[in-house]
Design a protein around this ligand. Structure first.
Ligand code: UDP
Ligand code: MG
Length: 340
């Protein structure tokens, strides 16, 4: 089947396949960078080498410097000077990985947009496999990690997280995929309309529908430096993921309430029975009292915490602040901030 067969209703300017044959598709790479000074040049070299084998593609490389505190910006500026495919978005401070991706997507102009990490954990050659799947008609191509070289702890927590998310959320978020994926122009345009603050981009994409496809790859080790996702950031991302797509925690509170209430009723019956039938022992029971008070206090705190995390999201949405602030766009005209 040709692409024209699969995508008949696409307006000419949106569909790569419908274009005149001499027009090569433009592929945008969205590349978030946070303190990657030791790896970024190697990453760029490897990506350039991979792309050199594909003269059938035009590319633009949108590096988003997410407030790096090291020499990353200077290196990116150097790349932009030497390579006119490179654009660098320099954030006013660190806004986080998910926001950096969002800014890159806002600026990318390609017929397809690829989001990938810049630490060489997402191999550049795999991005070309994503392009091939796109040319065969997929509108979203996820790169799924068949294997990964991270520490056992990271692997275990990531495994747990993806399973939990899958069972708690209504959307079918692909297991073991990060943010390495390709989006068709139409999908990227639609994604740009999602302006929520605590964002979990991979979940939003999965919830969008369209023709999705998965490509498996072996995830490499980080080329240089440390992971920028320590446990605290991973936990925050996990909470964002769950709260963006699921009200299950709120329902769980209700269930917890029922369980605690049932136990309390049993306790009350027991206490009354003791009062009437064994009045001589009713003064004892300090242990029982402590257990009940601490248990109830703990469950209440937990429930408040869950409520609070949802209320916090409402609060930050209500403030309506821009998603990100850009100091400068290097290598092209500045076109947009986070307040679309
Ligand atoms: N990153 C970012 N802002 C941050 C943290 C990370 O732009 O606040 C970038 C980082 O430079 C990398 C990608 O996001 O390109 C993924 O980060 P990392 O490799 O540390 O995550 P991991 O692969 O360990 O999950
Ligand atoms: Mg990484």
């Amino acid at each position: 089947m040709t692409q024209q067969d699969i995508r008949p209703s696409v307006p000419a300017q949106l569909s790569p396949a419908a274009k005149a044959p001499e027009r090569r598709p433009l592929i945008s790479y969205v590349l978030p960078v946070y303190n990657e000074q030791d790896g970024i040049a190697a990453f760029h070299a490897e990506l350039t080498a991979a792309l050199a084998g594909r003269p059938d593609l035009d590319v633009e490389l949108v590096y988003v410097n997410d407030g790096s505190a090291d020499g990353s910006l200077a290196i990116l500026q150097g790349l932009a000077e030497r390579d006119d495919r490179v654009r660098v978005v320099d954030f006013a401070r660190n806004f986080g990985h998910q926001i950096a991706i969002t800014a890159g997507l806002d600026l990318a102009r390609g017929d397809a947009v690829i989001v990938m990490d810049t630490d060489l954990q997402d191999p550049p050659r795999v991005s070309l496999e994503l392009v091939d799947a796109w040319r065969e008609g997929a509108e979203i191509v996820h790169a799924r990690r068949r294997s990964r070289q991270d520490t056992p702890f990271k692997r275990a927590t990531a495994h747990l997280f993806y399973r939990l998310l899958r069972s708690w959320t209504d959307v079918d978020i692909p297991v073991d995929t990060g943010d390495f994926r390709l989006l068709d122009r139409r999908v990227a345009d639609e994604l740009c309309r999602y302006r929520e603050r605590s964002r979990f981009v991979r979940g939003i994409v999965a919830s969008m529908g369209y023709r999705q496809k998965e490509i498996s790859f072996d995830r490499d080790e980080r080329f240089a430096g440390e992971t920028k996702y320590p446990l605290s950031k991973m936990a925050r991302l996990a909470i964002d993921g769950v709260t963006s797509f699921s009200t299950t925690p709120l329902k769980l509170i209700t269930r917890l309430g029922f369980v605690v209430l049932t136990l309390s009723l049993l306790g009350i019956l027991y206490a009354l029975a003791m009062k009437f039938f064994r009045p001589e022992i009713t003064v004892s029971g300090w242990t029982m009292l402590m257990v009940v008070v601490l248990f109830l206090g703990g469950t209440q705190m937990l429930s408040l915490g869950v409520l609070g995390s949802y209320i916090g999201r409402i609060y930050s949405e209500a403030q309506g602040r821009p998603l990100y602030l850009v100091r400068e766009v290097i290598g092209a005209e500045k076109d947009g901030d986070g307040d679309r």
